[in-house]
Write a protein that binds this ligand. Structure first.
Ligand SMILES: Cc1ncc(C[n+]2csc(CCOP(=O)(O)OP(=O)(O)O)c2C)c(N)n1
Length: 551
């Protein structure tokens, strides 16, 4: 020992988080992480939530961080507990969400026969997180410990200010693990870490070509992928669509619903004939944000010949803002490029709406109906992958906020993420999921603090319905058993075993009643299960697409 108090570095680590106003801590049970649990739970500044399943805990932290915009922390014991954070860390990495994984580790034992609950944890998430820090052991030189903690502090600032995604701090902890940890220390950070936007030369050139294209009236297609766009980014995009030949493809997960954006690109491209498509071809594409769900948008852009695609980095808004300030736009608005998209969108939405109004009770019908019924200000969590795809088949609504785990498109944490988001929000949240995703992530309901503002709709079509929609799997002999994978689990009984109030619905009238009850102020119904397993879901889906092309 170096004369420092027992597990002082853990108190210091907590002090860093407190200095940065990071409050939300998910604590998973274990022995090795007991000093971490002790430090966080005794300080009323931290809001601690106990979650047993680490896979779910990781996603809950992710949901909290995404919803609040503040880093959220998940703390685990050693061994496979840490590995179970992998999916959520990867999802956070691909969505640039500030999440902090604190994993307790066992120091090596001698002889190694005494080592258990141990996996290699140093840089465990290596290429799927922003940075990893290995803290030294407690007995390390104070200077070394100080440097490591300073690094953690600087990385948290960088992760937050520059939207870098998750960090992992691996913490070897020696026994004893159950003594009183010294009182919390306010950790001194030797220098304030301020990050400046350094524009690289290649980015400078990229944005110069965009400015040039704007200036010369070229048609620019902006692909706005999933992201929480800032106020400034939002303003710039509105400005560009108002004054230049710019069309912004913003499906629901971009949450950019304004005059000037095309919010149902999948519908437009599904409905457009060949000549009409020719009118949509841009001179340049600028791609922002993260993933895009619409398959037709992908095929459209990938099929463009000799059209440059500019991949914007996260500094695009600063640069374009400068350009806008130096180049005042005229008041004239003759964005004919946008108008070509908009005209087609209006027609496609009309057709889609008329189909939806008379659609049979089915997976597609239920998703569209639920989205129509939600009150403004609701936060929607769309499951992978049928649900998020169906939701592309209507225009995004301005009053709703849409989210989905499309960073890595896993079905393993859709409900947990919604739980995390609802826990740090006052708004009404709804998760709309398929039955496999719901069963997979049912431990999301294993939570004493299950949020009262979260509602769930499960579309039970007895397996992975998405595989019935895509061409290919259904031609395989293994299709039903190994792709669709029907299961014996009753979602209602499962949810009730966790104490949730449920209702099964089999037609639109019952669905309406269920939604009325769920969405009512102080409504207590938490889960509605829409039974669609005996419906012609894939036929209805395919008929929907063909109806878009009819005159
Ligand atoms: C963790 C994980 N395992 C497997 C997959 C592959 N997968 C994608 S969609 C899907 C089926 C999902 O079924 P369900 O939740 O019922 O939703 P539906 O497709 O019917 O809307 C599967 C297994 C995945 N995306 N993530």
């Amino acid at each position: 020992m170096t004369g420092r108090k027992y597990k002082q570095h853990i108190a210091d680590l907590a002090g860093i988080l407190k200095q940065k106003s990071i409050r939300n801590i998910i604590l998973c049970p274990g022995s090795r992480n007991a000093p971490l649990i002790q430090v966080f739970q005794r300080d009323p500044f931290f809001v601690c939530t106990s979650i047993v399943d680490e896979r779910s805990a990781g996603y809950i932290a992710l949901g909290m961080a995404k919803q609040s915009g503040m880093p959220a922390v998940v703390v685990t014991t050693s061994g496979t507990a840490t590995l179970n954070l992998g999916p959520a860390v990867a999802e956070a990495f691909y969505q640039h969400i500030p999440m902090i994984a604190l994993t307790a580790d066992r120091p090596p034992e001698y002889p190694p026969q005494f080592s258990n609950q141990r996996v290699f944890q140093t840089e465990l998430f290596r290429n799927n997180c922003f940075r990893s820090v290995q803290l030294p052991r407690e007995e390390a030189e104070p200077l070394l410990m100080h440097q490591s903690l300073s690094q953690v502090s600087a990385l948290i600032d960088e992760m937050t200010l520059r939207e870098k995604g998750p960090i992992h701090v691996n913490i070897p902890l020696d026994e004893p693990l159950y003594l009183d940890v010294s009182e919390e220390a306010e950790f001194e950070i030797c220098e304030t870490s301020v990050f400046h936007n350094q524009l690289t030369e290649s980015n400078r050139q990229k944005y110069a070509s965009v400015s040039e294209a704007l200036h010369s009236g070229k048609k620019i297609l902006i692909l706005a992928g999933m992201k929480k766009y800032s106020e400034q980014e939002n303003k710039i995009l509105r400005h560009l669509s108002r004054h230049y030949q710019v069309s912004i493809l913003a499906e629901n997960l971009a949450n950019l619903v304004f005059e000037g954006a095309i919010n149902a690109p999948e519908l437009v491209l599904a409905a457009a004939g060949e000549t009409e498509r020719a009118g949509l071809i841009p001179d340049m594409v600028m791609a922002l944000g993260e993933q895009i769900v619409s398959k037709r948008s992908r095929l459209f852009v990938q099929g463009l010949e000799n059209v440059p695609v500019i991949l914007a980095e996260r500094d695009w808004s600063t640069t374009l803002q400068d350009w806008i300030e130096k180049n005042p736009a005229s008041d004239k608005n003759d964005n004919s490029y946008y108008n070509s998209w908009k005209q087609l969108e209006k027609r496609a939405i009309k057709k889609a709406t008329s189909f939806a109004e008379s659609a049979e009770f089915s997976n597609l019908g239920v998703v569209l109906e639920v989205l129509n019924q939600l009150p403004d200000n609701t936060v929607v969590h769309l499951g992978n992958s049928g649900t998020v795809r169906y939701s592309q088949l209507q225009a995004a609504r301005p009053g709703l906020e849409y989210h989905s785990n499309r960073g890595t498109s896993g079905i393993d944490g859709c409900l947990s993420t919604a739980v995390g988001a609802a826990l740090v929000s006052e708004k009404l949240h709804i998760a709309i999921l398929g039955d496999l995703s719901f069963v997979y992530d049912s431990n999301a309901m294993w939570n004493k603090a299950f949020p009262k503002n979260l509602r769930i709709v499960v579309i039970n079509d007895a397996g992975g319905g998405i595989f019935r929609l895509i061409d290919g799997p259904d031609r395989m002999s293994f299709f039903e058993e190994f792709s669709v994978t029907s299961h014996p689990v009753d979602p209602v009984k499962l949810a009730e075993s966790f104490g949730l109030k449920t209702l099964t619905v089999k037609d639109y009238k019952q669905l309406q009643q269920g939604l009325n009850e769920q969405l009512a102020k102080n409504g207590s119904l938490q889960l509605v299960v829409a039974e669609t397993s005996d419906r012609q879901n894939s036929v209805i889906f395919k008929t929907f697409y063909s109806s878009l092309q009819e005159d």
